[in-house]
Structures are given as structure tokens and as C-alpha cells.
Design a protein around this ligand. Structure first.
Ligand code: ATP
Ligand code: MG
Length: 429
């Protein structure tokens, strides 16, 4: 991709209305633009990151056996009347009327819709268990949309829903999602803490929130600092993490005897990036979902729902990975693999070398953002650091004469001169 033909409106100044670093950097790096309170347009660079985050989420859902589908954003009020939530949901729900006066809404979540679809499609125990998911925009008319995409009104969520014949099956589906979530966040370069969430009005509910620890998080979490020592690559990490104490402050304060010794108890702020919930027959019962069991009896399936804040994750990743100069993208979500800077676009040898390198890297399957603009070196370096691609290659006249370029690792800042061949070999290995 040639930067001269791209749309990358970077800003030098920190926007005054953005309070946290991820919001500032998302605006400065030209990832998003606000179009109304809590509603954002995803600019080309931001969309690439959003799509890559969604791909990581999707891959782990698929691996866990969940099946992808797509439900609409607009839902009918009647569906929500079946569960009793249409009136209960309150002002966060955006309610609209179509031209025939029928009440509709922009979905804040999809329990009702998936339950109705499952009710209409599935009649027998043979079709259970199933976990279905989609990645779709949601709308919640938040009282205080803030921190950019962290708390938007329109936001992208992955939501999955499990259907099981019995309690044990429901818990197994829940556990599969628990593991998938830890894998997902690790693949995004994040250390997520599973926090035991308050149980709902139905006794015996099981729920965890997944928090990324960051000073700008909106929640406060108490946790066993032994969590910090768990190696996320360890296949037993899910089991270990699950057994270690972590609670939101409000819940923690209600506990008389905290099982964690005071010297091991840590307190940090957290960003909620995921939430999983096993709620049994709450929706299946209310909406009349029944399937025939092996013995011929009618059974009300048990359900769980599992959300990941896909667009919020972009903010969380930046909170966790940046320096003064800008974003440092983990390789798994970076909008391009490599930033290629031509320092002298007016020099035919430099231009030829830069274009050739771009072509070779792209032919080898790497994505490249080639800064071929007629701009000063300092501006090009600052832009590349700000947008945070993992690797930078700098092509200049001296190097081209000697057959070398400069290679820089964004995360460490380390740079060295290397032959074009060795750079190719390193970046396409
Ligand atoms: P919060 O407590 O942050 O308001 P929630 O508990 O209402 O979130 P859930 O219903 O659990 O949210 O939704 C699943 C996930 O969707 C959350 O874990 C979060 O990552 C994301 N999410 C929820 N609300 C928003 C929002 N307004 N903007 C961006 N992401 C959101
Ligand atoms: Mg939640």
C-alpha cells in the first residue's frame, strides 16, 4: 500500500477532548473519527486493526467448536416482549418505529433472537449441544459514552450462545468458552484476569468477567498476585487462573474472610473486555424453547451467553502497549506488518529500491505500508512510530548505494543496517 494514495489523517497535537492515552492515540493515528457522541467511523487503518482483532476472536471461537452465523442489528420489540425484557431494559435501548408504526429496536444483545431462532430450528436432543456466535454491531445508549471506543454507544461485539440438555453439559460449554477467552486475549498480546462476577437473581449462576489490568480501567479489581506468575502459554493456565482469587472491588468488600493472605492481595484497575454467563433456563423457559429428550420427554435447554468487546479491545490493546511516541501493535493485530520509509522520493535509485522491496515483501505475503510521500524524514519517522507497525525499514541514498537499508523494531527501538537480502530473509521467514 502506498501512503501517498491512502487515507491516513494523523494529528500532531493531542486532541483536547480525549482523556485517556488510547483514545488520544486512536484519533492521532487516524484510526477512527467520532461522528456523533459515542459513535465512530472506522478509518482505513482502524478498520484493518478491527478486522484483525475480529479474526483472532473468530479463530478461537471456531477452535472451541462454536459455529458462526450473523443476526441483524435491528430487532422487533415483540421478540423482547416474549422474554419480558422490552420494558425492563430501560433507556439504554434505542427504540425505533418503522413506517407501519411497528416497534423495533437496535439490538443491545441477542439472547432473545437466538433463542427464538433455536426454538424454530431445533426440536430434538440430537441437535444439542450447540454454541452459536456472531460478530455484530450493538447499540446501547450509554449515559456517559467516553474514552473513545472503550465506552461507545455503537460498538462491535462477539456474542456466543450455548444450548445444552443438562447442567453438566452447560457447565462444559461454559468451560470451553472460558478457555477460548484466555486463548483469545493471549493471542492479542494481553494478560486478562478472569474475575468472578456477581451472580444474578437466579441462584447458582456462573459468571466471569475478563479484565485487562490498566490504570485507566473503569473497574477496580482485587486479586491474588500469584496470577501475575501464571505463564499464559502453559496449557494448564485456564485451570490455574480459574482457581486464583479475583473479584471486583464492590463484591470483594462484601466478603468477610478473603481467602488470600494480605501480602498477596493486589488491587488494580481493570478494563472489562469479556463477560461469560451461564444462566440456565432463563430465556428458554420464558420463550418456550423445548426439545425432545431421548426418552421422549420435553426438556427446556440450558443456556449461556458469552460476550467479547471487539471494538473495546482496540482501546485496551493500546492502553497495554504504547510508548511516548505512539502505539506498539502486537503482530497479531497490526494494520500492516511493515512500514517502509523512503527518505528520498526524488532520488530514482531510492524510489526504485523502495518499490522493489515493497513488491518482494508483498509477494511473500507480508503487508507493507510504503511511505512514498514527498515529506521530511522527521515527519515520516514520527508517523511510523505513531501508527506502531512492528517493523520499519528505512531506505536512503547512502544505503541504496551500498545495498543496505535500516531495519527498526518498533517495540524495542533497536535498529541496525542490514543488506536488503538479509532483511527480506528475516521478515519473510
Ligand atoms: P460495562 O460493564 O463495561 O458497561 P457490560 O457488562 O454492560 O459492560 P456486557 O453486556 O457484559 O457489557 O457485554 C459484553 C462485552 O461487550 C463487555 O465485556 C465489553 O467488553 C463490551 N461492551 C459493553 N458495553 C460496551 C460499550 N458501551 N462500548 C464498548 N464495548 C462495550
Ligand atoms: Mg459485563
Amino acid at each position: 500500500m502506498l501512503l501517498s494514495r491512502y487515507l491516513l489523517p494523523v494529528m500532531k497535537e493531542t486532541p483536547a477532548d480525549a482523556q485517556i492515552v488510547s483514545h488520544q492515540m486512536m484519533l492521532r493515528a487516524g484510526l477512527v473519527r467520532q461522528t456523533a457522541a459515542g459513535i465512530y467511523a472506522w478509518l482505513p487503518l482502524g478498520l484493518r486493526v478491527l478486522n484483525r482483532i475480529a479474526s483472532v476472536v473468530r479463530a478461537e471461537q471456531d477452535r472451541a467448536g462454536a459455529i458462526e452465523m450473523l443476526m441483524p442489528t435491528i430487532q422487533s420489540a415483540d421478540l423482547w416482549r416474549q422474554s419480558g425484557r422490552f420494558d425492563a431494559y430501560g433507556p439504554e435501548m434505542l427504540r425505533i418505529k418503522d413506517r407501519g408504526g411497528r416497534e423495533m429496536l437496535y439490538g443491545p444483545t441477542n439472547e432473545e433472537m437466538i433463542t427464538a431462532i433455536f426454538r424454530d430450528c431445533v426440536k430434538s436432543y440430537r441437535d444439542l449441544p450447540r454454541t452459536l456466535y456472531h460478530i455484530q454491531w450493538k447499540f446501547r445508549d450509554e449515559v456517559r459514552p467516553r474514552f473513545g471506543v472503550m465506552r461507545g454507544r455503537e460498538f462491535l461485539m462477539k456474542d456466543a450462545y450455548s444450548f445444552d440438555m443438562d447442567e453438566a453439559g452447560g457447565r462444559a460449554s461454559y468451560d470451553a468458552m472460558f478457555t477460548a477467552y484466555l486463548r483469545t486475549f493471549a493471542a492479542l498480546g494481553l494478560r486478562a484476569v478472569p474475575v468472578r462476577a456477581p451472580t444474578g437473581p437466579i441462584g447458582g449462576d456462573l459468571s466471569h468477567e475478563f479484565h485487562i489490568l490498566a490504570d485507566t480501567g473503569e473497574s477496580e479489581v482485587f486479586f491474588d498476585s500469584a496470577l501475575d506468575d501464571v505463564d499464559l502459554g502453559d496449557p494448564d493456565a485456564p485451570a490455574k487462573l480459574r482457581n486464583l482469587y479475583a473479584m471486583e472491588a464492590e463484591e470483594h468488600e462484601k466478603i468477610a474472610d478473603c481467602p488470600v493472605p494480605a501480602e498477596r492481595l493486589a488491587k488494580r484497575r481493570g478494563i472489562e473486555v469479556g463477560h461469560i454467563f451461564f444462566f440456565g433456563t432463563k430465556y428458554s423457559q420464558a420463550m418456550g424453547l423445548q426439545v425432545q429428550a431421548k426418552d421422549g420427554s420435553q426438556v427446556t435447554p440450558l443456556m449461556g451467553s458469552y460476550g467479547v468487546g471487539v471494538s473495546r479491545l482496540m482501546g485496551a490493546i493500546i492502553e497495554a502497549s504504547h510508548d511516548d511516541a505512539g502505539i506498539i501493535w502486537p503482530e497479531s493485530v497490526s494494520p500492516f506488518d511493515i512500514g517502509l520509509i523512503n527518505l528520498r522520493v526524488d532520488d530514482p535509485a531510492c524510489a526504485a529500491a523502495a518499490h522493489a522491496l515493497q513488491a518482494k515483501l508483498e509477494a511473500a505475503g507480508r503487508t507493507v505500508l510504503h511511505d512514498d510521500r514527498d515529506a521530511r524524514g522527521g515527519e515520516k519517522f514520527a508517523t511510523m512510530d505513531l501508527i506502531g507497525l512492528p517493523w520499519q525499514i528505512v531506505v536512503g541514498p547512502k544505503g541504496v548505494a551500498a545495498g543496505t537499508v535500516e531495519l527498526k523494531r518498533r517495540s524495542s527501538g533497536e535498529k541496525h543496517e542490514a543488506s536488503m537480502e538479509s532483511v527480506m530473509a528475516k521478515l519473510t521467514a
